[in-house]
Design a protein around this ligand. Structure first.
Ligand SMILES: Nc1ncnc2c1ncn2[C@@H]1O[C@H](COP(=O)(O)OP(=O)(O)OP(=O)(O)O)[C@@H](O)[C@H]1O
Length: 308
C-alpha cells in the first residue's frame, strides 16, 4: 500500500469555545479520489485547511505526503495544489497572466493554454479576476491549483454553483488528474458528484469521520437494505401504520415532506403491501420506483434528517 498521501489522526480544531473538529481520523491512499461529505458545519473545511497548513491543529496529528503541514510547510507547498472556497487571488490581475505567472513558479507545469481551453476560460483570459463571473473565478481557481502538476490536490467544493457544462468539464479534469496519478481530496455537498468521482467517501459529522468506504459499500450498508421503494404523496402519512403492515427489518421515512422511501429487502410482496396500503388510504403514490439505495440514502441514515 505504501505511505498514505494524507494521514490525519485524532485531529482537534477549536475556534474559541466551539470545537469544529473533534478527534477526526482520515487516511487517503495515494492516487485515489476521496470525497469528504458532511452536513453544513460538520468540520470539513477546517480539516482540509489543517491539511493545507492554513490552520494549526489544537490536537492530534496531520501528515500530508509524510510531512507536517505546519512545521514543514515550505517543503510541502510546492508538492500540493489548493483550491479554496474563495479568496487568495489578486482581484486586478488578468486571468491568463495569473495562470502563466503561477505556472512559472513550478519546475514542470501543465500547458497553460491547454488548461485555459479545457476549462473554457479562453474568452476570459484578458479579464481581471474581479470581473470574471463566479463560475469563471472558480474554474480559474481550479486551474491555479493544478497548473504546477501537484502530487496531491485539495479542492474545497470545486463545482459549487457551476453550470452543468462547467461541472462536467471540472469532473473530467479531476478524472484526468487521477489518470495522471494525482491524489485528489475534495469536499462537496453533491452526492452525485461523490458517487461519480470518488474512489472512497468519508462522511464527516460533528467533527468526526463517521464512515469511510467506497460509494457502493456505503450505499449498500445496513445489511440487506440495498433497495428502496420511493414515491411522493401528500405529506404526513402514518408511516408507523405502514410499517405495521410490512415484514420486519424495513424502514420507512418521509424526507422531504411528501417524499417517501421504504428501505430494506424489497420483495414483490412488500411492493404489493405498500401499494395496497396506499389504496386503502385512497392515496396515489406518484412517481413510484423501486431501485438501489443511493449514497444519499446512506448519507441521511448516517447523519440524520434534521437540519443543522
Ligand atoms: N474562523 C472561524 N471562527 C469561528 N468558528 C468557525 C470558524 N471557521 C469555522 N467555524 C465553525 O466551525 C464549524 C465547522 O466549520 P467548517 O467550515 O469546518 O465546516 P464545513 O463542514 O466545511 O461546513 P460547510 O459545509 O457549511 O462549508 C462551524 O460551526 C463553523 O461555524
Amino acid at each position: 500500500m505504501g505511505q498514505p498521501a494524507v494521514e490525519v489522526t485524532g485531529l482537534v480544531k477549536r475556534y474559541g469555545a466551539k470545537t469544529a473538529v473533534d478527534g477526526l481520523d482520515l487516511r487517503v491512499q495515494t492516487g485515489t479520489i476521496t470525497a469528504v461529505l458532511g452536513p453544513n458545519g460538520a468540520g470539513k473545511t477546517s480539516t482540509i485547511e489543517c491539511c493545507e497548513g492554513y490552520r494549526r491543529p489544537d490536537g492530534g496529528s496531520v501528515r500530508v505526503l509524510g510531512l507536517d503541514p505546519v512545521t514543514q510547510g515550505e517543503q510541502l507547498r510546492p508538492r500540493i495544489g489548493v483550491m479554496l472556497q474563495s479568496g487568495g487571488i489578486y482581484p486586478s490581475v488578468r486571468a491568463a497572466e495569473m495562470l502563466k505567472h503561477t505556472a512559472k513558479l513550478y519546475a514542470n507545469p501543465l500547458d497553460t493554454d491547454a488548461l485555459i481551453e479545457r476549462l473554457g476560460l479562453g474568452s476570459a483570459g484578458r479579464t481581471t479576476f474581479r470581473r470574471l463571473s463566479g463560475g469563471q473565478q472558480q474554474r480559474l481557481s481550479l486551474a491555479l491549483a493544478v497548473v504546477g502538476r501537484p502530487e496531491l490536490v485539495f479542492l474545497d467544493e470545486p463545482t459549487a454553483g457551476l453550470d452543468v457544462q462547467a461541472r462536467h468539464a471540472t469532473w473530467e479534469l479531476i478524472e484526468q488528474l487521477r489518470r495522471d496519478g494525482v491524489t485528489v481530496v475534495l469536499t462537496t455537498h453533491l452526492l452525485d458528484e461523490a458517487e461519480r468521482l470518488a474512489d472512497t467517501v468519508a462522511i464527516v459529522d460533528a467533527g468526526k469521520v463517521i464512515a469511510h468506504d467506497t460509494p457502493a459499500a456505503l450505499s449498500a450498508a445496513n445489511g440487506t437494505a440495498d433497495t428502496a421503494i420511493r414515491f411522493t404523496a401528500p405529506p404526513g402519512l402514518d408511516l408507523a401504520g405502514l410499517l405495521a403492515k410490512l415484514p420486519g427489518g424495513l424502514t420507512a421515512v418521509e424526507q422531504p415532506p411528501g417524499g417517501y422511501t421504504v428501505g430494506g429487502d424489497i420483495t414483490p410482496n412488500v411492493l404489493a403491501a405498500v401499494t395496497a396500503w396506499c389504496a386503502a388510504k385512497d392515496v396515489m403514490p406518484q412517481g413510484l420506483s423501486v431501485g438501489r439505495r443511493t449514497l444519499e440514502d446512506a448519507f441521511l441514515d448516517l447523519t440524520g434528517r434534521d437540519l443543522r
